[in-house]
Every structure is written in structure tokens, then in C-alpha cells.
Design a protein around this ligand. Structure first.
Ligand code: GTP
Length: 516
């Protein structure tokens, strides 16, 4: 009887150990699920495909403990990270090629100043180096390359015409200077780069000749390239870490899957062995003819069963130990990655904060306006040429949101922003000042000269065929305009435009009001 009890206890201990093992498994899966959830949050927005893959992984893990289903998803995500890396590489190659073409074209020109030639050679050497970059900067680089070519054409034309057409030369210089100023106001840098950009911007306040403008363009290219390099290193470093972390999770999973399959087989063998021994014990005890023989048989078989149970326990211990190691490894990677991600996120947040573009309308934002306004006012005070400032505000915009929803409101703002932008000259400036309010600057333009174009823009907006829920909804805009007076502070001129806008609203909207 004692023997039977003993056996029962051992079996129940074995069952308990098995249960514990399963609980550990589940616990580890939970940690892995949390890991993937946190990873998804950290990576959100970097790439849609990556977001989707991580979301799938999360869902699959959420369904329960099935390593075989999870592994292909981890594989897929790791593969996609490789694709992301190579895409980044290709983007950079394109930017490098475009810069090289523009640079080489310039190198062929005769009569370039020595310093410019040296700078150009340095730049081309650096462009040739394997320097991957960040996509966000590519439009700036492309723009700059175009500018550069423009400057080059101007130089060529000048040589042909031997400065005979001085007015044309001035107009070209002015255009380059304005476009470069626009570009500079779109670039948001910090530290040393910001200082250099600021000094270029200030230099553009004086009337520069072609040579100086070319130098300014070159210098800007250099600054962009250096800053791209910094940015790229940070983004690439993060991708690399992410890749490493996923690879290590994948390896842990593969190895715990292999180990657990291996152990499962051994465990099955042991279970069969124990069952067979118990069965044998039952059969043999029936055939025993004496108590002594029975005792011998039982003690012999019990010895075998106990040793099998011990083996089984050892196996379970080994499995627990291995899984524990895998989890600890994963946890360490997670901590490392979290640290890395928080640094990267901080950088991204800083960049967004510094960004000078409104994300909805893609127009310059209020911060960009403040910078540009300051610059144009300085220019106005120096040159004495007029500067007009105009505030535009969409009429009864609240009704659109209230009647057709916020996303219809957003779309409306986008369309209006585009129409406004298209109606302006290159030298004019427009920003989204906030909500449904836009602000416009017209350098070298007297207020009187704005009556026709502003009314034309107002009419153009009114004619846009907005349609919500199958209803045609005409949308109008009101403008308040003024021009800088000699003694005005920036604020005073702005407030006057605001008063004019208020009057336009009070007088029935869909109007342009001027206030001198
Ligand atoms: N959809 C959307 N609505 C915005 C955004 N920014 C501001 N708004 C909304 O714009 C509306 C502006 O309303 P009000 O300032 O009362 O002015 P209004 O309805 O345009 O009327 P008037 O200016 O007096 O003609 C508010 O309902 C804001 O919520 C945005 O980015 N998207």
C-alpha cells in the first residue's frame, strides 16, 4: 500500500512539474507579446509595411502559444527591415547622382573663381563617398540642384551677352536670391548648421552678384550634406539595432522551439517507459507466488520507476532553465532597444518641433512665417521697396466641420491652400497661420496693386466646386490687407491686416478690405 502511495505521490509531483513548465511557457509568451506590442509602438510611423507586419505578429502572439505560426511572421518582418535599408540606400544613390551631374556640369565652365573650383572639387569628392541619406532632405537637395543649374545658365548667358543686358542680369540674380531665401527658410537645422544657414540668409539681404550667389548655393549644399550625414547615422543606427533585436528574438524562438521539440520527444519516451514499468509491475505482482518474491519484484520495479521519474524531473528542469535563459536574453535586448528607441524618438520629436511646414496643407507654418516676415521687413527697411501683408480666413468654416465632419473640413483646407499657393508668384510667400487662417506676404508690391489679384483669388476660391454628401457647397474667403509703413513694428503691421480682416467679416464676408 505504501508503495502505491509513494508511486502516486511521485506521479502527482511529475504532473505538477509539467503544469509549472506550461505556466512558464505561457508567461514567456506574454513577455514576448508585450515586447512586440512595445516594438510596434516604438516603430509606428516609420514605415506602413513595418507597422502592418508588427501588428500581424502582435495579433498572432495574442492568439496564444503557437511558436510555429509566429516564426514565419518574425522572418517576414526581418526581411522587410532589410528591404527598408536597401530602399534608403537607393534614395541616397539618386540624390548623389543628381548632385554629381550638377557639380560636373559646373566644373566644365571656364572662368570660375579658384575658391569655388576647390569647394566644388571637395564637394564632389564627398558626394562620391558612400554616404546614405534621409528621404526628408531629398526635395531640398533636388531644389538646390535646380537652383544651381539656373545660376549656371545665368552665368553662361551673361558670358554670351557680355553683360550687355544689365536689367536681365539683375532680375536673374534677384530670382536666385529669392528662391534661395525661400529654400533656406524651409531648412530647419540646429547648432552650428543653424548659424551657418542664418549667415547665408543675412548675406542674401545685400544684392549679390552671380559669383557670390553660386558660393551661397554651394555652401548650402555642403550644410545639407553634412546634416544629412548626421541624420542618416542616427536613423541607420536605429534600424540596425532594430534588425539585430528581431534577429536575436528569432534566434531565441528557433532555439527554444528546437529544444522544446527535442525535450518533448525525450519526455514522451520517458512517459512510455514509466507506463510500461507500471504495467509490468501490475502483471508481475499477479504472478508472484510468495511475499518475498513480491517484495523483491516491487522494489526492483520501483527502483526503475524512481530513476525514470528523476530523469524526467531533470529534463523538465533543463527545459525551464533554457527557456529562462531565452527570456532573459530577450528582455535584455528589449531594454537596450527601448533605450535606443527613446533616443531616436526624441530626435524625431525635436525635428517635428523644429519643422517649418504645416503637415495638413504642406504650406509653411506659423514659425516659418515669423522667420520670413522678419527677413522681409528688414529687406523693406533697407530697400524702401513696398511690402504688403494679407490675412485670409475661410468664411463660416465651423459650419463645414459641424455639418460634414472634421475630415471634410481638413480636405477643404487642403484644397484652399493649394488654390492659394497656385495663385501666387514665386516671390510671394504664403503660410498657414493657424486653423482656417492663412497669411500672405507680397514683397515689392504696393497695397493698391493687390486689389485685382486678391479679388481674383477670392473669386477663384468661390468657384471651387466643393461637394459634400452630394450637396454643392460654395465656400468663400475674406481677406484683410495692409502694407508696411516706415515706422511700423512687425506687430503693428500684422494687427492692421487683422483689423482689415475683421472688417471684411463684419461687412458680410467674401470681401477684400484694405487698411493703410
Ligand atoms: N477640419 C478642421 N477644422 C479646423 C482646423 N483648424 C481649425 N478648425 C476649425 O475651424 C473653425 C473656425 O471657426 P470660427 O473661428 O468660429 O470661424 P468660422 O466658422 O470660420 O466663421 P468666420 O471666420 O466668422 O467666418 C473651428 O470650428 C475650428 O475647430 C483644422 O485643421 N481642420
Amino acid at each position: 500500500m505504501d508503495t502505491e502511495n509513494n508511486l502516486k505521490q511521485q506521479l502527482s509531483a511529475a504532473l505538477k512539474a509539467r503544469k509549472q513548465l506550461e505556466d512558464t511557457y505561457e508567461g514567456q509568451f506574454k513577455i514576448l507579446t508585450q515586447f512586440v506590442s512595445r516594438l510596434s509602438l516604438v516603430c509606428k510611423g516609420i514605415d506602413i509595411e513595418l507597422d502592418n507586419k508588427l501588428a500581424k505578429l502582435r495579433v498572432e502572439l495574442g492568439k496564444g502559444v503557437d511558436l510555429e505560426k509566429v516564426l514565419p511572421l518574425v522572418d517576414g518582418t526581418t526581411e522587410h527591415l532589410k528591404v527598408l535599408e536597401s530602399k534608403q540606400h537607393q534614395d541616397v544613390k539618386r540624390a548623389q547622382q543628381s548632385l554629381t551631374v550638377a557639380g560636373k556640369l559646373l566644373q566644365k565652365q571656364r572662368g570660375l573663381p579658384d575658391q569655388l573650383r576647390r569647394d566644388l572639387r571637395d564637394l564632389l569628392n564627398r558626394v562620391d563617398e558612400p554616404t546614405p541619406s534621409v528621404q526628408a532632405f531629398l526635395p531640398h537637395l533636388t531644389h538646390l540642384t535646380e537652383l544651381y543649374q539656373l545660376a549656371l545658365n545665368a552665368k553662361q548667358n551673361m558670358a554670351i551677352e557680355e553683360l550687355s543686358d544689365a536689367t536681365r542680369y539683375e532680375a536673374i540674380c534677384r530670382q536666385i536670391s529669392v528662391e534661395l531665401t525661400n529654400l533656406l527658410s524651409e531648412l530647419a537645422f540646429e547648432g552650428q548648421y543653424a548659424k551657418s544657414i542664418e549667415s547665408i540668409r543675412l548675406s542674401l539681404l545685400s544684392e549679390l552678384g552671380i559669383e557670390k550667389l553660386l558660393e551661397a548655393c554651394l555652401h548650402t549644399i555642403e550644410i545639407i550634406i553634412s546634416s544629412i550625414n548626421d541624420e542618416r547615422q542616427s536613423a541607420q543606427h536605429f534600424l540596425l539595432k532594430l534588425n539585430e533585436a528581431l534577429t536575436s528574438v528569432q534566434q531565441s524562438l528557433v532555439s527554444s522551439l528546437n529544444t522544446s521539440n527535442n525535450i518533448k520527444e525525450k519526455m514522451q519516451l520517458l512517459n512510455q517507459q514509466i507506463e510500461r514499468q507500471i504495467e509490468l509491475l501490475g502483471q508481475e505482482t499477479k504472478s508472484a507466488t510468495s511475499l518475498e518474491q513480491l517484495q523483491l519484484m516491487v522494489s526492483d520495479k520501483l527502483g526503475a520507476i524512481t530513476s525514470s521519474l528523476k530523469d524526467k524531473e531533470a529534463l523538465e528542469r533543463q527545459e525551464r532553465q533554457l527557456l529562462l535563459q531565452a527570456v532573459q536574453q530577450m528582455d535584455a535586448r528589449l531594454k537596450e532597444l527601448e533605450e535606443e528607441a527613446s533616443q531616436f524618438k526624441k530626435r524625431l520629436a525635436e525635428q517635428k518641433f523644429r519643422s517649418l511646414q504645416d503637415s495638413l496643407t504642406e504650406l509653411p507654418n506659423r514659425a516659418a512665417f515669423d522667420e520670413r516676415y522678419e527677413l522681409e521687413v528688414k529687406r523693406f527697411k533697407r530697400s524702401g521697396k513696398p511690402l504688403a501683408i494679407v490675412l485670409g480666413d475661410v468664411d463660416h468654416f465651423k459650419n463645414i466641420n459641424d455639418s460634414y465632419g472634421h475630415s471634410a473640413g481638413d480636405k477643404t483646407l487642403k484644397v484652399i491652400a493649394k488654390a492659394l499657393k497656385q495663385s501666387l508668384r514665386d516671390t510671394d510667400f504664403i503660410a498657414r497661420y493657424g486653423g482656417e487662417e492663412f497669411i500672405l506676404l507680397f514683397p515689392e508690391t504696393a497695397m493698391e496693386d493687390l486689389s485685382v489679384p486678391l479679388n481674383a483669388i477670392r473669386e477663384k476660391i468661390k468657384r471651387i466646386p466643393f461637394k459634400f454628401k452630394d450637396t454643392n457647397v460654395p465656400i468663400t474667403i475674406s481677406f484683410g490687407a495692409t502694407e508696411l509703413r516706415g515706422a511700423d513694428t512687425n506687430r503693428e503691421a500684422f494687427d492692421r491686416a487683422d483689423e482689415a480682416l475683421y472688417e471684411a467679416k463684419r461687412n458680410g464676408r467674401d470681401k477684400v478690405v484694405f487698411k493703410k
